[in-house]
Design a protein. Structure first.
Length: 249
């Protein structure tokens, strides 16, 4: 349901909160659509100068597998799912994006960070990219951006092995900017977003554009290639077997 995404604005910050605690913030099709719409609206709103993503005890358990199974059985392309519209809106967002991560950040909960500008993680945050164990492939241009951030060897370990890694390693490899106490995570991210919102907005947007410019064309091309591969994997027996195993637990 779209109401599992809470939208708030104030002090120049547009806030997007994942609010599906019973499912550890696993993201549904409706939630992706709501977040994509919010990013488009915040981008057009001159009163919003920074964007903030938050969750709850868990940032997100990743994509709701039931949605992916329905797409798989219905022959739906990954390109036609709202998740891709959300990722495109995040990739193209001109305003600074801050993220607060507590608990687990699985799948897209980790890959979306590669398109954001500042991630504040709690000491107990855990990250995972379980695409291969699910019979899938990386998305969000993570097969390009993750090696640029953490190095090829680490990226191969994280993307191929799909194992959890902790906030300390995420900080050391440069995936997150700061690690704080669990109870201080949201406040630290709110403060960081508010400070960005106070800066000259045009200079901030241009600086973000320049930071992304060297890889902008490659990111789009890589997302297109990943989308084609992801669509094929959604239709594979490997994915269906892995998803059914998890859903039956």
């Amino acid at each position: 349901m779209a109401d599992e995404i809470v939208l708030e604005t104030g002090a120049g910050v547009g806030r997007i909160t994942l609010d599906r605690p019973a499912k550890k913030n696993a993201i549904t099709t409706a939630m992706y659509a709501a977040m994509a719409d919010a990013l488009v609206a915040y981008r057009a709103d001159d009163e919003v100068r920074a964007i903030l993503f938050t969750g709850g005890a868990d940032f997100t358990a990743g994509n709701d597998l039931q949605d992916f199974m329905m797409a798989s059985m219905g022959g739906v392309s990954f390109e036609d799912l709202p998740v891709l519209r959300f990722l495109n809106a995040l990739r193209d967002c001109e305003k600074p994006v801050v993220v607060a991560v507590r608990g687990n950040a699985v799948g897209i909960g980790t890959t979306l960070l590669l398109h954001c500008d500042l991630t504040i993680a709690s000491q107990t945050a855990r990250f995972r990219l379980p695409f291969v164990p699910l019979g899938l492939v990386p998305e969000a241009a993570s097969s390009l951006l993750l090696p640029l951030v953490v190095g090829r060897a680490r990226a191969a370990r994280l993307l191929m092995g799909g194992e959890f890694f902790d906030a300390r390693e995420a900080l050391e490899m440069g995936l997150v900017a700061k690690v704080v106490d669990d109870s201080a995570t949201d406040d630290a991210a709110i403060d960081a977003a508010a400070k960005l919102a106070e800066l000259p907005p045009a200079a901030l947007r241009e600086t973000k554009r320049l930071l992304k410019a060297p890889w902008a064309a490659q990111v789009k091309a890589q997302m297109d290639e990943e989308t084609a591969a992801f669509t094929a994997r959604l239709a594979s027996d490997e994915f269906r077997a892995a998803a059914m195993k998890l859903l039956s637990r």
